[in-house]
Design a binder for this molecule. Structure first.
Ligand code: SF4
Length: 308
């Protein structure tokens, strides 16, 4: 998954969801802003990434069927103007197939107007599903899987305790694409620190090329004090990049990314230079924009406007 997330419904003041049984932080990708957020798990099944403080102290669990059913019924009654459902939290795809099929079937029965269901999946949960199981979910309404890649560099993935290799990430991404589901991935600028910056950028571009997702969301690392990486930085064992170094990393990553189609976004609130690149046609123009920014000819987002 998942550093994509943007908004938390309760903090957003979204009253429409008030009747739902939300627990803890509810995170969803920016593109799911107009979706019914149905929380089917609490926390993240991995919960070890050193940069992530989202679910710290939260024990992963699947919510009771009765609670999920009640939320589906509430949504069917009060949220029928929304056409999409997003299954939260961190890694809903880890739910055993029979229970997931039940949830998807209930959504279909109660809300036949829903056009797409999305969820976060990590490489492990994706690869635990056979292509046939993913097809079954697709036929029941699953349309998009959000996968947090963060880096394509094996050493960086190890350092940040992502619990996966680049090869497994590619295999997982390809499995999603092979069954006709949309794949949206996130990568994280700066997560390799200064020492591995260029390796991280190049390897991530190469991984994206091998995976060929529909959407790439580039985020920029922001250190959180309640995380292992935040601690490391405080102790001087990890160096955060400068604005210029972040831009150089972005340039290198985009340079090595060859997508057959789709969108390469770097317009998340954490980024200094917002970009939305239709691939492959707009790539060269975007590289020129980054070069101009590196020369100081493009205004960057001020620090105080950045957010996760
Ligand atoms: S997979 Fe890692 S980044 Fe995603 S929610 Fe879990 S701990 Fe955080």
């Amino acid at each position: 998954m998942v550093f994509t997330r943007s908004t938390i419904h309760k903090e957003q003041g979204d009253k429409r969801m008030d009747g739902m049984h939300y627990e803890g932080m509810i995170i969803r990708p920016p593109s799911e802003a107009d979706s019914i957020i149905l929380q089917v798990t609490v926390g993240c099944s991995h919960n070890k990434c050193t940069f992530c403080g989202t679910y710290k102290g939260e024990r992963f669990r699947i919510k009771d069927d009765a609670v999920i059913d009640a939320d589906i019924q509430y949504a069917a009654k009060h949220l029928s103007f929304l056409r999409r459902v997003f299954l939260a939290d961190g890694d809903a795809l880890i739910i055993p197939q029979a229970r997931l099929v039940r949830i998807f079937s209930r959504i279909r029965e109660e809300m036949p107007w829903v056009r797409r269901v999305g969820l976060y999946g990590n490489a492990k949960s994706i690869l635990r599903k056979t292509p046939e199981e993913l097809e079954e979910l697709r036929d029941l309404g699953l349309g998009i899987v959000y996968l947090g890649v963060e880096s394509g560099d094996a050493q960086v993935l190890k350092d940040i305790k992502k619990g996966v290799t680049p090869e497994r990430l590619i295999e997982a991404g390809r499995r999603i694409r092979s069954v006709g589901l949309k794949l949206s991935v996130t990568v994280l600028l700066g997560v390799g620190g200064r020492e591995r910056s260029m390796n991280h950028a190049r390897a991530t571009g190469e991984l994206l090329t091998a995976m060929d997702p529909n959407y790439v969301g580039v985020l920029t690392l922001m250190l959180l004090p309640n995380t292992e990486l935040g601690q490391k930085a405080q102790e001087g064992r990890f160096e955060l990049l400068t604005q210029t170094e972040f831009l150089m990393e972005l340039r290198q990553m985009l340079h090595y990314t060859h997508m057959s189609r789709g969108l390469f976004f770097a317009n998340h609130a954490s980024n200094y230079l917002p970009l939305k690149v239709r691939m492959p046609g707009e790539k060269e123009k975007a590289l020129t924009t980054i070069d101009e920014a590196l020369q100081g000819a493009v205004r960057l987002k001020p620090e105080w406007l950045r957010a996760l």
